[in-house]
Design a protein around this ligand. Structure first.
Ligand code: SF4
Length: 358
């Protein structure tokens, strides 16, 4: 029996026990999903620009426990070459780009615009952003490259939110969403920060009030040194996900996973999600764990789209040279490419990068 999710253990399906309430919710959620979506499902990812954050005090976030390492925004910024390569891999392998993210105030706004513009040019379409709140004029400047805005709300429980994110209040995000015109809207929340299932109405009310199109739901993955030592059980997480699906039949739901929770992916499908995220696609590409994710999703009756496990034969140099971006950026991509080549046909070790919950 699965007593509680231990962040150091791998979830085993044979130990997962679902309450009758959760099973009923999942059955209903499956039916609602089937009524409104086709059978496809995929694994997406975000692109992370920097590990700096100007506030760095959300209590679950690794930035709040490694402040000493991320104090300088210039040094904490990832290289353009590596960011753009990730956009190219996402496009090439059919991994939906969930959003461009990083901490708050990671670089001056004009530089951020340049990053987002160039990523969208490499990816070949407008992108989603999750980079904090923006003013109306900033949003207008981003409009040519951005199709949707995500706010990492973490929890919508008002008093819990004040405790968890003391410097990132809900209201500015609420105000921003109310003013957004002509953009899709998303939120990201974490299940397991302390709110109980009976508190889910705060989340449901927020989705309804702000006409949210997409929600990313992560099970808490406790960070060493933070106040948290356990994440939600499979049962707890699925209950939240299935309820959102039932209450909002057409919302897009993306569920977060990680290597240790991979076995849950088929159950996520049955709870009505459209896609998973946070599976380490670059690190695990072609490995048994990637094949297992696909198998679990297909075992739940879905057709997996996107390539996470098949060998590729791509002339990366030609592809990069044909991109509609500045020559200097192409050079940076080509210079960085060897770091990734172990996975995609070369010999050097793949560089594995940490991603943000934000
Ligand atoms: S969760 Fe986001 S806003 Fe909060 S400290 Fe981490 S990076 Fe900053």
């Amino acid at each position: 029996m699965q007593e509680e999710y231990n962040p150091d253990d791998f979830v085993e399906l044979s130990k997962v026990e679902l309450s009758s309430e959760t099973q009923e919710l999942m059955e209903k959620a499956s039916a609602v999903y089937a009524e409104h979506f086709d059978t496809s499902a995929t694994a997406g990812r975000c692109i992370f620009l920097s590990w700096y954050c100007s506030i760095a005090d959300c209590d679950f976030c690794y930035r709040s426990v490694i402040k000493h390492k991320q104090g300088n925004p210039k040094k904490a910024k990832r290289s353009m070459g590596s960011v753009l390569l990730e956009a190219l891999f996402s496009k090439t392998f059919g991994w939906p780009l969930e959003f461009i993210t990083g901490g708050l105030a990671i670089m001056p706004f004009p530089e951020l615009v340049e990053h987002i513009k160039t990523i969208s040019e490499v990816y070949g379409e407008k992108v989603w952003i999750n980079l904090g709140e923006f003013s109306e004029s900033q949003i207008e400047e981003l409009r040519p490259y951005v199709k949707g805005v995500c706010g990492s709300m973490e929890t919508l429980h008002p008093t819990l939110h004040d405790k968890v994110c003391p410097s990132k209040p809900i209201k500015p995000y609420s105000d921003m969403f109310k003013k957004l015109k002509g953009f899709r809207r998303a939120i990201a929340v974490i299940v397991g920060l302390g709110d109980s299932y009976s508190d889910i109405h705060y989340l449901l009310d927020f989705i309804k009030e702000h006409e949210i199109d997409r929600i990313t739901m992560y099970p808490l993955k406790p960070v060493k040194g933070s106040p948290y030592s356990k994440g939600p059980t499979t049962d707890e997480f699925l209950k939240w996900v299935a309820r959102v699906r039932i209450e909002f039949p057409t919302i897009e739901i993306v569920a977060g996973t990680n290597l240790r929770r991979t076995e849950e992916c088929g159950l996520y499908m049955k709870a009505g999600v459209n896609a998973i995220t946070k599976f380490p696609l670059l690190k695990e590409f072609g490995n048994d764990s990637a094949k297992r994710v696909k198998e679990l999703i297909e075992g739940a009756g879905r057709v997996f789209t996107g390539n996470i496990s098949e060998e590729v034969d791509v002339d990366w140099v030609s592809v990069i040279n044909e991109l509609p971006i500045d020559g200097e950026y192409k050079k940076q991509m080509l210079d960085t490419m060897p770091l990734y080549m172990e996975k995609f046909g070369g010999k050097k070790k793949l560089k594995v990068l940490t991603h943000c919950e934000c």
